[in-house]
Write a protein that binds this ligand. Structure first.
Ligand code: PLP
Length: 280
């Protein structure tokens, strides 16, 4: 496999990550996951804009211009003949003798690689199950930081319960999933948490909200409680890898009639059309 290492495309075996890389020791860095359909990255610019925002938020400068990075990612996908899958991109503050404060001498390191992966068609068709769990993450969930331990523990709890996702609850409100954004439908209204410091501003969330507006679905960007969620007619999650995916059971209880609902289906169809429009 060919990977992006700093500004070079090299073989994976040739990469050399130091034991004092700050991503490795502190999780001191940021990342992105970008979906590729038919060999074309989906919403690449939006992902790179969020990458830049995350970098700014942790006071980290990209080692070279964004336009160069965009071109390198296109080259990477082409070199690996990635038709369907993901591009993973990471920026570390670099390598320096271990000490918490920013090093003066470290050079930020970008790495990127590809993961072939097909669309999660069974989950999209049948829906997935979820549990609820306490949101123990830090207060800057809007930064796509490498510090993922809160998400890792929540996801593992879901897996331990035979579920696909953990829906996180902070101070009596549903924030998001461990690696997804959460939407619910009650009556004819779509609800999702507002884009503030408590959630990652998902690119798929943003696309879904645009599609909802286009389809004339009324939207409330307001926090809602777990009991509100338990009474929802429909619930779904969104993410780069899971797209718009129905949640049909939460904490062992069916959502609505236990089947993906009509508004979820409408948004899934519109999302598929968007993929075809952008990546044909
Ligand atoms: N929320 C969290 C915590 C995530 O980690 C992710 C994606 O990894 C998302 C939401 C979905 O974001 P996106 O749609 O940009 O993939």
């Amino acid at each position: 496999m060919i990977i992006l290492y700093d500004d070079r495309l090299i073989k994976r075996e040739e990469a050399n990550i130091d034991i004092e890389d700050r991503a490795y020791q502190f999780g001191d860095g940021i990342y992105e996951v970008i979906r590729v359909y038919h060999g074309i990255p989906f919403y690449l610019n939006e992902h790179l804009e969020r990458f830049q925002k995350s970098a700014d938020a942790i006071r980290l400068s990209l080692p070279y211009p964004m336009e160069t990075l965009a071109q390198k990612l296109l080259d990477l996908a082409r070199e690996n003949q990635l038709e369907e899958g993901n591009l993973y991109l990471q920026l570390s503050r670099g390598t320096s003798p271990r000490s918490h404060a920013f090093p003066s001498d470290a050079k930020p390191l970008i790495i990127g690689y590809t993961q072939p992966d097909s669309r999660p068609l069974t989950a999209l068709q049948n829906g997935v199950t979820a549990i609820t769990d306490e949101d123990i993450r830090w207060l800057r969930c809007d930064i796509k930081s490498l510090n993922l331990l809160g998400a890792v523990l929540a996801k593992q709890k879901a897996v331990d319960h035979g579920a696909k996702e953990a829906i996180l609850v902070r101070n009596g409100t549903v924030t998001e999933g461990s690696s997804t954004n959460i939407f619910m439908v009650k009556g004819q209204t779509l609800w999702t948490h507002p884009a503030n410091h408590f959630i990652l501003h998902g690119i798929t969330r943003k696309i879904t909200l645009q599609l909802a507006e286009y389809l004339g679905i009324s939207v409330k960007l307001e926090p809602f409680s777990p009991s509100h969620l338990a009474e929802a007619d429909e619930v779904f999650l969104t993410s780069t890898t899971m797209e718009v995916c129905p949640i049909v059971q939460i904490d062992g209880k069916a959502v609505g009639n236990g089947k993906p609902g009509p508004i979820t289906r409408q948004l899934q169809k519109a999302f598929e059309k968007e993929i075809e429009r952008v990546c044909q």
